[in-house]
Ligand binder design. Structure first.
Ligand SMILES: *[C@@H]1O[C@H](CO)[C@@H](O)[C@H](O)[C@H]1NC(C)=O
Ligand SMILES: *[C@@H]1O[C@H](CO)[C@@H](O)[C@H](O)[C@H]1NC(C)=O
Ligand SMILES: *[C@@H]1O[C@H](CO)[C@@H](O)[C@H](O)[C@H]1NC(C)=O
Ligand SMILES: *[C@@H]1O[C@H](CO)[C@@H](O)[C@H](O)[C@H]1NC(C)=O
Length: 562
C-alpha cells in the first residue's frame, strides 16, 4: 500500500466508525452486525426495534434434540427488521406472516434509548417468556408488540424457544437431554446479560417475566442455580413452577411411545435407536403426533387429558443438567435465586377454558363420579383420603354436586389449576424475598373475553391481562378503546414497570394508582392488590385458606407440587 492508499484506508475506517456511532439502528454484536429500525409508538415516542436476532445456532440436523449451542459469527449486516420465524407448535391458532421452522432460536430487542449513545443512564430491562402450555405460542411482534412497555421507558426482550416434542421430549439418560426449551430460554437470558448494554439496557436491572406456562418457566428459572446472577427480579402472571401441570414424570415412557406411534415396527428400548428414528422424521410430523396421556400418568386431573411434553426433573449427574431438584421443595427451603417477585392471577381463570362447548359439564360429570379424581395422582394420599379430601374441596364451592351447580366446577377449576398454586408459591417465597401478590379482576374489552359469560360465572379469564400489557390483536376489535380500559392499561404498565425499575410497584403515592401502597405479603398475612375499577389492598384471596386446610391435612409430605 502506498502512502495515499494508506491515508484513504484510514479515512474510510474513520468514516465507518463514525457511521456506527451515528446510525442507531446498526448494532455490533460479538457475532456480527445487525440492522434494526426506528419505530414510533402510539404516543409518538421514537424507539428502536431489532427483530429476529439469532441467540443460538439453529438446532437443525445433528443439533435437533441437542442443547443450544453458540451461533457462528457472520459477515455483513443481518437484517433484523421483521419477525418471520416461529418454532414448531401445535396448530391451535395461526400467527400472521410467520413460518414454523426448526431454525427458530431468535429474540427481539426494543429500546427507547438510542443504541450506541452512552450519554444516557441505562434502563431497566424486562424479558418476556411467552405462554402456550410449552407447546404453543411465540415471542414475535404479531403476538407481543412491546410499545406500551417501551413508552414506560424500559427495554423489552421477547424470544422464541423450542416447544412440544422438539423442546421437551427426553429419554432421561442424556441421549436426548431434557428441558431443551428451558435451556433455550436460559441461553437467551445469558445473551441478554451479555449484550443488553449495547441497546441501552442495564445488565444489572433485568426482570424476567411470563404468563401461564411462561410464568411456570419463570418459576423454574428461579430454582435453577445455573441462572444465578442473570436477573434481579421476576414477574409471574397466572402460573408457577409448583403447579402440577408443569412437570412430566414419565418422560422416557412417552418418548418411546412417540417412536412407536411414528413407526409401528419400532420395538427398541435403546435411546440411540429412538434418537435416530426421531432425527429422521420431519419436524412437522413429530409435533403433530398421536401420543395421548396414559392412565395413571396424566398431568390433568382428568384421565386422558393434559399435556405430555413438559419440563422434567433431570439426573444431576448428566452434563448440562438444568433442573435437578423437586420443583416444589426449593420454595420451602429458600434454595432459589432469591429475587423479589410480583405474582398473581386473574379473578376467574377457567372462564377461558369453560368457553369450549360442554367442557364444564364433562368435568362436572367426571368429578362427581369419583371424588378422589379431584385430587389427581401427584399427591401422596390413600385412596380413602383422596375421596374425603375431594369431597371437602367440592364443598368449598357447592353443597350439591358439580353437575347440579356448573358455576361451582368452573370456580373449582380456576383455583385448582391456577389460583391455589400461585398463592401457595407467593406464600412460600415470602419467607425469603419480597413478594407482591395481585388479583386482576377488572373486566374490560381489552381482555378479549368481554361479553363471553359462561353459566352465570363472571370474572376475568386466563390471559385477559395480556391485552392490556401488550399491543396485541387480542386487545382491540377495531372500535375505540374504552376510557376505563385505557386507565387500567396505564395502571398495569405503571405497576409492572415500577417493579422493573425500582423493585417496588408503588415506590410513591400516585393518583393514577388511587394512592395505593402495594404491601408485601407475609406467611401470616396474605395481602394482595386487587386490580379492579379501583385498586385496593385486600387479605386472604379466593378460597386459598380452605384449600390449604384440606391439602395440608391429607397430603403426605414431601409434596412435589401444590
Ligand atoms: C402481515 O404482512 C402484511 C403485508 O406486509 C401486513 O399488511 C400485515 O399487517 C401483517 N400482519 C401482521 C399481523 O403483522
Ligand atoms: C396431523 O395429523 C392428522 C392425522 O394424523 C392429519 O389428518 C393432519 O392433516 C395433520 N396436520 C398437520 C398440520 O400436519
Ligand atoms: C407416601 O407416603 C407413605 C407414608 O409416609 C410413604 O411410605 C411412601 O413412600 C410415600 N410415597 C411416595 C411416592 O412418596
Ligand atoms: C370488580 O368490580 C365489579 C364492579 O365494578 C364487580 O362486579 C366485581 O365483582 C369486582 N370483582 C371482584 C373480584 O371483586
Amino acid at each position: 500500500m502506498n502512502c495515499r492508499n494508506v491515508i484513504i484506508f484510514i479515512l474510510c475506517e474513520i468514516c465507518l466508525s463514525i457511521a456506527h456511532v451515528s446510525d442507531p439502528t446498526l448494532v455490533t454484536l460479538p457475532e456480527g452486525q445487525i440492522k434494526g429500525q426506528e419505530l414510533l409508538s402510539p404516543k409518538g415516542i421514537v424507539y428502536y426495534g431489532f427483530q429476529q436476532i439469532p441467540y443460538a445456532a439453529p438446532p437443525v440436523g445433528e443439533l435437533r434434540f441437542k442443547p443450544p449451542k453458540k451461533h457462528q459469527k457472520w459477515t455483513g449486516v443481518l437484517d433484523t427488521t421483521k419477525n418471520t420465524k416461529i418454532c414448531y407448535k401445535i396448530n391451535s391458532y395461526e400467527i400472521a406472516n410467520t413460518t414454523q421452522t426448526e431454525d427458530c432460536l431468535y429474540l427481539n430487542v426494543f429500546t427507547p434509548l438510542k443504541p450506541g449513545d452512552s450519554s444516557k443512564t441505562p434502563l431497566g430491562v424486562i424479558v418476556w417468556i411467552h405462554g402456550g402450555g410449552f407447546e404453543d405460542g411465540s415471542g414475535v411482534v404479531q403476538e407481543y408488540k412491546p410499545q406500551f412497555y417501551v413508552e414506560h421507558n424500559i427495554v423489552v426482550v421477547t424470544m422464541n424457544y423450542r416447544l412440544s416434542v422438539l423442546g421437551f421430549l427426553t429419554t432421561g439418560d442424556g441421549v436426548i437431554p431434557a428441558n431443551l426449551g428451558m435451556k433455550d430460554q436460559h441461553f437467551a437470558l445469558k445473551w441478554v446479560k451479555k449484550n443488553i448494554h449495547l441497546f441501552g439496557g442495564d445488565p444489572e436491572k433485568i426482570t424476567i417475566s411470563g404468563e401461564s406456562s411462561g410464568a411456570a418457566a419463570v418459576g423454574l428459572h428461579l430454582i435453577s442455580p445455573k441462572n444465578r446472577g442473570l436477573f434481579r427480579a421476576a414477574i409471574l402472571q397466572s402460573g408457577t413452577a409448583i403447579a402440577r401441570w408443569t412437570r412430566q414424570d414419565y418422560a422416557r415412557f412417552y418418548a418411546f411411545e412417540l417412536g412407536r406411534s411414528l413407526d409401528p415396527n419400532f420395538d427398541s428400548f435403546e435411546p440411540e435407536e429412538l434418537l435416530k428414528l426421531l432425527q429422521n422424521t420431519p419436524a412437522s410430523k413429530l409435533i403433530n403426533n398421536s401420543v395421548t396421556t396414559a392412565p395413571g400418568k396424566q398431568t390433568s386431573l382428568i384421565e386422558g387429558e393434559g399435556e405430555i411434553w413438559l419440563p422434567v426433573i433431570e439426573n444431576p449427574h448428566l452434563e448440562g443438567a438444568f433442573l435437578t431438584t423437586s420443583f416444589y421443595k426449593p420454595f420451602t427451603t429458600g434454595h432459589i435465586n432469591q429475587v423479589p417477585i410480583l405474582i398473581g392471577f386473574n379473578s376467574e381463570e377457567y372462564l377461558l377454558g369453560a368457553l369450549e362447548p360442554n367442557a364444564p359439564e364433562n368435568r362436572a360429570k367426571y368429578f362427581d363420579k369419583d371424588l378422589s379424581s379431584l385430587i389427581g395422582n401427584k399427591y401422596n394420599m390413600t385412596k380413602e383420603n383422596k375421596v374425603t379430601a375431594g369431597r371437602k374441596l367440592r364443598q368449598i364451592y357447592t353443597d350439591r354436586t358439580f353437575q347440579e351447580d356448573i358455576p361451582a366446577v368452573i370456580k373449582f377449576t380456576s383455583d385448582e389449576v391456577f389460583t391455589t398454586p400461585t398463592i401457595r408459591h407467593a406464600k412460600l417465597q415470602s419467607s425469603y424475598t419480597d413478594v407482591y401478590l395481585y388479583q386482576f379482576s377488572y373486566k374490560g374489552k381489552m381482555g378479549g373475553l368481554n361479553g363471553m359469560q359462561v353459566a352465570g360465572v363472571t370474572g376475568v379469564g386466563h390471559a385477559e391481562e395480556l391485552g392490556y400489557l401488550w399491543d396485541a390483536p387480542l386487545s382491540s376489535d377495531g372500535s375505540p378503546d374504552d376510557p376505563q380500559d385505557l386507565v387500567t392499561r396505564q395502571r398495569l404498565l405503571t405497576l409492572w414497570t415500577n417493579f422493573v425499575k425500582y423493585l417496588n410497584p408503588t415506590p410513591k403515592r400516585d393518583s393514577l394508582l388511587n394512592n395505593v401502597v402495594w404491601e408485601k405479603l407475609t406467611r401470616n398475612n396474605l395481602v394482595y392488590l386487587d386490580i379492579n375499577k379501583t385498586l385496593e389492598m385486600k387479605r386472604n384471596p379466593k378460597e386459598y385458606l380452605k384449600w390449604e386446610k384440606v391439602l395440608d391435612t391429607y397430603a403426605i409430605p414431601p409434596l412435589s407440587n401444590y
